[in-house]
Design a protein around this ligand. Structure first.
Ligand SMILES: Nc1ncnc2c1ncn2[C@@H]1O[C@H](COP(=O)(O)OP(=O)(O)OP(=O)(O)O)[C@@H](O)[C@H]1O
Ligand SMILES: [Mg+2]
Length: 300
């Protein structure tokens, strides 16, 4: 079922009303936005899932806010939500860690559904989570949500979903009942629209988070190729020490620094240490704020 963050009761209604479209109802019904107005900010992608995109996105928001900018975090699609009943009385809300982190790191007042217009219950690949919930993700909602936030801030920091090429929409959604019985057994479907297409639609410069672990050089170079092959600008990258004891971490950073600078003109925007916890302020301290502002063209 689709999550209505901040709603007063568990969200069973949307599924009944709108089985074809998984998104926040209020996000669909708000006034039209000017999609031609360019967005400012960045699209944060990563070498994989769980490499620190949320941690770095929150750090970037914090760093930009320190520079006096009004900033908003945006997580177009999040998969994995837990219902939290209200402490007293009826109702509650659907909780997702990424949404909470970006909401907290933004310095303008935002609602949960503004930060994330499409929250799915299952913590799995989004197109599969959507299939399991009997519908499909609506690209127009994700794109409009970004433009709607942009009207209220100076910079939008969008956290991607999974890795750069993760599918979001299938061209052929199987029967919801079949999918609910056994998603794995459903017929293979062509994947029609993904996180890379979302990045193209938003047309923001991309920041690549490299989770430093064995294999990250290959993943980083492949992701950088995919970003530039889609006509997007790789504005820079962040080395994130997700594994505190990774051997030869600095040598990996050196190799990637040279390759990404030479091949994509993409500078290293910071090396983030392993922190416990990795708060936005600590991450921001290790980001090169001036270089970030410069790379994103946010000087004026
Ligand atoms: N620099 C760091 N120091 C310590 N822990 C970190 C660091 N970066 C990330 N982590 C931890 O690693 C885990 C994954 O980070 P995060 O949630 O930011 O990844 P993600 O790429 O956003 O994942 P997803 O694809 O699920 O959105 C989290 O538990 C986070 O706290
Ligand atoms: Mg995340």
């Amino acid at each position: 079922m689709t999550k209505m963050l901040g709603a007063g009761e568990p969200p069973t209604v949307l599924l009944l009303i709108e089985a074809e479209v998984l998104c926040e109802p209020e996000a669909r019904t708000q006034e039209a936005v000017d999609l031609d107005r360019p967005l400012r900010g960045c699209f944060v992608t990563g070498t994989d899932t769980e490499v620190g995109k949320t941690v770095i996105t929150a750090g970037l928001l914090h760093a930009l806010a320190r520079q006096g900018l009004r900033v908003a975090g945006y997580k177009p699609v999040a998969a994995g939500a837990v219902w939290q009943a209200a402490a007293s009385g009826p109702g509650g809300h659907w909780h997702n860690d990424d949404v909470e982190a970006l909401l907290a790191a933004s310095n303008i007042a935002l609602t949960h559904s503004e930060v994330c217009p499409c929250l799915l219950e299952e913590a799995c690949a989004p197109h599969l989570a959507a299939r399991l919930e009997g519908g499909r993700i609506e690209p127009a909602v994700l794109i409009a949500g970004a433009h709607r936030l942009m009207r209220r801030c100076d910079a939008l920091v969008v956290e991607g979903v999974g890795g750069f090429c993760v599918p979001l929409v299938e061209t052929d959604v199987p029967n919801a009942d079949d999918a609910a019985q056994d998603a794995a057994a459903s017929p293979a479907t062509d994947t029609g629209w993904g996180a890379d297409d979302l990045a193209v639609a938003l047309d923001l410069p991309v920041i690549l988070v490299v989770g430093l672990r064995l294999g990250c050089i290959n993943h980083a170079l492949l992701t950088a190729e995919a970003v530039t092959a889609r006509g997007l600008r790789l504005a820079g990258w962040v080395a994130n020490r997700i594994e505190p004891t990774m051997p030869h971490a600095q040598l990996n950073i050196d190799t990637l620094s040279r390759a990404l600078q030479q091949r994509h003109d993409a500078p290293l925007l910071g090396v983030v240490s392993h922190h416990a916890p990795a708060t936005p302020a600590r991450v921001a301290d290790e980001l090169r704020s001036d270089a970030v502002i410069d790379a994103l063209g946010l000087q004026d």
